[in-house]
Design a protein around this ligand. Structure first.
Ligand SMILES: C[S@@+](CC[C@H](N)C(=O)[O-])C[C@H]1O[C@@H](n2cnc3c(N)ncnc32)[C@H](O)[C@@H]1O
Length: 165
């Protein structure tokens, strides 16, 4: 498959399921301590607790879990997951999602930009189902949605340092 075809897969039907680069997940997991992978298969799940296509993570209550979400990408799909990630955070979950940067998409403005958007200098190198690696033909972002009641003062050490929210 050449790079043009990869582009079609990502943007056209989103059929190939690409796993998060392990270094990226490890770095974020060290920061957040994920308890749930909301979009996974038994083969690529990043957490012990995970939802698959059959469970439909979109329909589950994410409660107050600390959620990792690298959703399926595609037209009309990514936005639905971005909305779920945002809404779950309003319900008490901490959610970190990995999505393409789509500065011209409604969902990016309506949901992603309500979180903390972290951008990458380079494009990510994903692994596909067969272990092959592909540079994404788009820029990626990590978006952090804190729960509604989140405050910096939740961290005792920050308080001890004398910071005020
Ligand atoms: C981009 S991959 C992410 C894989 C892995 N969780 C990771 O972060 O490396 C998206 C995964 O979501 C799964 N998926 C698709 N629809 C889903 C749904 N409705 N609920 C939960 N998982 C779903 C796919 O089968 C695929 O394994």
């Amino acid at each position: 498959m050449n790079q043009t075809n990869v582009h079609d897969y990502f943007h056209g039907h989103g059929r190939i399921e690409y796993s998060t680069p392990q270094w990226l997940f490890d770095a974020l997991n060290a920061e957040f301590g994920f308890t749930l992978d909301a979009a996974a298969s038994p083969d690529n799940a990043k957490c012990k607790r995970f939802f698959t296509k059959d469970d439909c993570g979109l329909e589950k209550d994410w409660g107050d879990e600390v959620v990792w979400c690298n959703p399926p990408y595609g037209k009309g799909v990514t936005g639905v997951w971005a909305r779920k990630c945002y809404q779950a955070s309003r319900g008490g979950a901490t959610v970190v999602m990995l999505v393409p940067v789509r500065a011209d998409a409604k969902w990016f403005h309506d949901y992603a930009m309500k979180g903390e958007v972290r951008l990458f200098r380079n494009r990510l190198n994903f692994n596909n189902d067969h272990g092959a690696k592909w540079y994404a033909p788009f820029a990626s972002s990590v978006v952090v949605f804190r729960p509604a009641n989140f405050a910096l003062t939740s961290f005792p050490d920050v308080k001890e340092l004398g910071y005020r929210a």
